[in-house]
Design a protein around this ligand. Structure first.
Ligand SMILES: [Zn+2]
Length: 290
């Protein structure tokens, strides 16, 4: 008997060669950038994470956040398809994973952090992760040490190593549910101002919390545009120069998935299903501009 899981597995096995060949062809004629999202990384994921980067680098170059922004402005030329690595939330374990798994490949990442999360003690950090990042779907007692926040010093070390910092809002709010403008400004604008002050670096990018279409609104996009040059979504798709002067598409990767599934994602196997969402987001922006 076929379970849904086995059917999905069969589909990926059958479809993977098609997406791989398509992606290699694109890489030669019109290379693009896929931006991947990672979150907290538990110790047992470090080996699979190594294997993931080792496998991915055969078909992709890794682009730095600075090069990516230049590329989107039409000022940086890719040699072949490339990957930008991003981490959301500001977990200390993402920094530890960077030291162990990104440094050997000289990969520079973009870290989107919640300004109210940084520097919290263990009790408050676990409460923030449970209540805000998991939106109450987990209890603080279920949160592991790998889901605790970075400190200011951690972030400064990342900057010194050539990584970039962006905002993930102040308190990981569900922005489409924020009714009053003052709270939107606190979540979106104060977060960048606080990070800039704390780290003495320019904050020009925001990744909105949860990253989905139902977690963003036209009103929130308008406030983001006032403060930031780049708005990173969680909606899947590739990125090419001047596709938008503002919105970036990203592919969520779960290191716990099979390597084949993650390679399938990097070669664009799921982005086809997000065409409608990319269109709606574009319409929200057009509405925003009118
Ligand atoms: Zn988040």
């Amino acid at each position: 008997m076929f379970t849904l899981r086995s059917l999905v597995k069969k589909f990926i096995l059958l479809a993977y060669p098609f997406f791989w060949i398509k992606s290699l062809f694109e890489s030669k004629c019109c290379p693009k950038v896929r931006v991947i999202i990672l979150h907290d990384i538990r110790d047992s994921w470090l080996s699979p994470m190594h294997r993931f980067f080792e496998a991915i680098r055969k078909d992709f170059d890794f682009i730095t956040p600075q090069q990516f922004m230049e590329y989107m402005n039409g000022e940086f030329k890719l040699k072949r398809n490339s990957i930008l690595v991003t981490f959301d939330d500001g977990f200390k374990s993402s920094k530890l994973a960077t030291d162990k798994c990104l440094a050997p490949y000289n990969i520079k990442a973009l870290f989107f952090a919640c300004s109210d999360f940084l520097n919290l003690n263990d009790t408050d950090g676990k409460k923030f992760t449970a209540d805000k990042i998991y939106a109450g779907a987990m209890a603080p007692e279920q949160i592991g040490d790998f889901q605790l926040p970075m400190s200011t010093q951690d972030m400064k070390e990342l900057l010194a190593q050539g990584h970039m910092i962006g905002s993930h809002s102040s308190g990981h709010a569900w922005l489409s549910k924020v009714a009053d403008h003052a709270t939107l400004e606190y979540e979106i604008i104060s977060s960048a101002n606080k990070l800039e002050q704390m780290l003495n670096t320019k904050i020009s990018a925001l990744a909105w919390p949860f990253g989905s279409l139902d977690s963003i609104s036209t009103e929130a996009l308008k406030v983001i545009k006032q403060r930031y040059q780049w708005c990173f979504s969680g909606i899947r798709g590739t990125n090419v120069p001047k596709q938008s002067d503002f919105i970036i598409f990203r592919e969520c990767i779960d290191i716990d998935n099979t390597l084949l599934f993650n390679k399938f994602i990097c070669h664009g196997g799921l982005s086809l299903f997000y065409k409608g969402q990319r269109k709606i987001l574009h319409e929200m922006l057009t509405k925003d501009a009118s």
